[in-house]
Design a protein around this ligand. Structure first.
Ligand SMILES: Nc1ncnc2c1ncn2[C@@H]1O[C@H](COP(=O)(O)OP(=O)(O)OP(=O)(O)O)[C@@H](O)[C@H]1O
Length: 513
């Protein structure tokens, strides 16, 4: 196995050929696994707990659809290729792979906590101490800083792909799972025409509109995740929903308004910085890690807080929200209620053994409709990458950028300045060979979430629906294929003036995928 040396030291993943990756399927003998209960289910198949020589492991089984579409196999091989090169305390540890009766499996360490989405939901975000929220944010940033240093883009960062491992009394560690969409990224060669993939809530604007993108798309998704840690997932999903009307830009003013008063100022600014519309304006994970290290090393009481929000007029709602009105104070009431009221006794994700899906002892329920927006989607973009549209906010077009190079992080003594770090981290790329990212026609006309083992009917109907793709998620009526012309359709709908109030009465029903 070759290690790729560069002038910065050892970077990149150990290289392996397709054959070597395929050979990994015999690195574990299936008969050595004692299979236990199902602990999760995703777009690619199911995950089961198992015992491997007495140690708990998680076994992700690829559905037999690999036999229909070799692209699944390609995604799985890529997951193996990337995972097996990873050694980081905040990334799930790969153990090996095997095949049995035509089913392919990836074996990783078993993480007993549930995912971050459930974690927030079960507790109510306002009950999670800021120190813990920032610690989890630090863990995730640390994992991603490592991933990006290995030239890996993850492309599907969302709360459901972060498991929260309880490592002691009240101590937690976040771990990144699910490298199904991860790929090795050669910036010079690759930043055009990468597959559009990710999850609706957290995809960066440039990915959604089919623009060229690079590893900073992960930073954007991380910013959305930070907003979930600050305001709660439901607030992000409903009140900060991004739309084609503003080119999928996040309304950071509104986010500022919705964030609880007690949120550390710097933590909020970090979330906003990561959600910068223009990828170049976002920090690198290296910078984020440095910043969060400073924040988490200080006593919470020493950190300036965000404080009361200024009055805010929501252009979407055309209504005035008074932050001093208690009924609007999400910190005191609605966050908790929002998160908990969504429980409806129908816990799709709860583990059969009571672990994983249920950290606090109380049931964790995810409504079916709520779960939809967390699904991973993939779409093949045949057209030339679209430029990221400019947005004119009528004199406020610096809205996203005015937090660039923020002064809130006080770098530790002797550390490099933020700008130095930013410049350094955009350093040379390695020359790792990577196969074409594009999936085949069959896969690309589907959302991966539709292709579930458990739902062969849905799969069959999707297969016979040509051009079902991301465009159908975007309130387009009638749904149009996101080919060259469809991209133009979406981009053409973007106003160059401040956002106008949409006519809610005539709002088209969103087509679910
Ligand atoms: N190592 C692990 N330890 C414990 N639980 C796990 C582990 N890996 C996965 N799971 C559980 O299985 C679920 C599905 O896993 P994973 O996200 O890898 O599947 P997927 O098919 O790639 O999902 P997606 O639809 O997000 O692409 C996770 O949400 C989690 O609950």
């Amino acid at each position: 196995m070759n290690i790729n040396f560069s002038k910065d030291g050892i970077t990149g993943l150990p290289k392996s050929s397709k054959e070597e990756d395929e050979n990994d399927f015999s690195s574990i003998d299936f008969s050595d696994l004692v299979m236990d209960v199902e602990i999760g289910r995703g777009s690619f198949g199911q995950v089961q707990k198992a015992s491997y020589f007495g140690t708990d492991v998680a076994v992700k089984q690829l559905s037999s659809l690999v036999l229909i579409d070799p692209d699944y196999f390609k995604f799985m091989l890529r997951e193996i290729k990337i995972l097996k090169g990873m050694r980081h305390p905040n990334i799930v540890q790969y153990i090996g792979a095997c095949s049995h009766e035509g089913r392919y499996m990836i074996v990783t360490e078993y993480i007993k906590g549930g995912d971050l989405h459930q974690f927030i939901k079960a507790r109510g975000v306002s009950n999670i101490p800021w120190t813990l929220r920032m610690k989890l944010a630090f863990d995730i940033a640390s994992a991603f800083s490592y991933l990006h240093s290995k030239k890996v883009i993850f492309r599907d960062l969302k709360a459901k792909n972060i498991l929260v491992d309880e490592i002691g009394d009240g101590l937690y560690r976040a771990k990144v799972i699910d490298f199904g969409f991860a790929r090795i990224f050669d910036g010079a060669k690759d930043n055009n025409n990468l597959t559009i993939c990710g999850s609706e809530n957290t995809m960066s604007p440039e990915v959604i509109v089919g623009s060229s993108y690079n590893d900073s798309c992960d930073v954007y998704s991380y910013g959305v995740l930070l907003l979930e840690l600050i305001c709660g997932s439901r607030v992000v999903k409903t009140q900060l929903k991004r739309t084609p009307m503003n080119a999928f830009d996040m309304n950071l003013e509104k986010a500022e308004f919705l964030a609880p008063e007690s949120c550390p100022r710097a933590f909020m600014d970090l979330a906003k910085w990561c959600c910068s519309y223009n990828p170049k304006d976002r920090p690198t994970f290296k910078i984020v890690v440095e910043g969060l290290k400073v924040l988490t090393n200080q006593p919470l009481k020493d950190l300036p807080i965000k404080g009361k929000s200024k009055p805010y007029i929501d252009p979407d709602e055309d209504s005035f929200i008074d932050p001093n009105d208690d009924s609007n104070n999400n910190e005191n009431n609605n966050e908790n209620d929002n998160e908990k009221n969504s429980d409806n006794g129908n816990n799709k994700n709860k583990n059969k053994n009571g672990s994983g899906g249920d950290i606090s002892g109380s049931s964790v329920i995810i409504k079916a409709d709520e779960e939809e927006s967390f699904n991973s989607v993939v779409y093949k973009e045949d057209a030339v990458a679209q430029p990221l549209p400019n947005i004119d906010y009528g004199g406020q077009n610096k809205r996203q950028n005015n937090i660039f190079n923020p002064s809130f992080f006080t770098p530790p003594p002797n550390s490099k300045s933020m700008m130095d770090l930013k410049q350094q981290s955009s350093a040379a790329v390695d020359d790792d060979e990577e196969d074409d990212d594009r999936p085949s026609e069959l896969l690309t006309s589907l959302t991966i979430s539709e292709i579930r083992y458990a739902n062969p009917k849905s799969f069959a109907s999707t297969v016979s629906t040509p051009n079902l793709n991301y465009a159908t998620i975007l309130d387009q009526d009638p749904p149009k294929p996101l080919s060259q012309s469809a991209s133009a359709t979406i981009l053409g709908g973007i106003p160059t003036q401040p956002k106008k109030k949409p006519n809610n009465k005539n709002k088209k029903k969103k087509k679910k995928l």
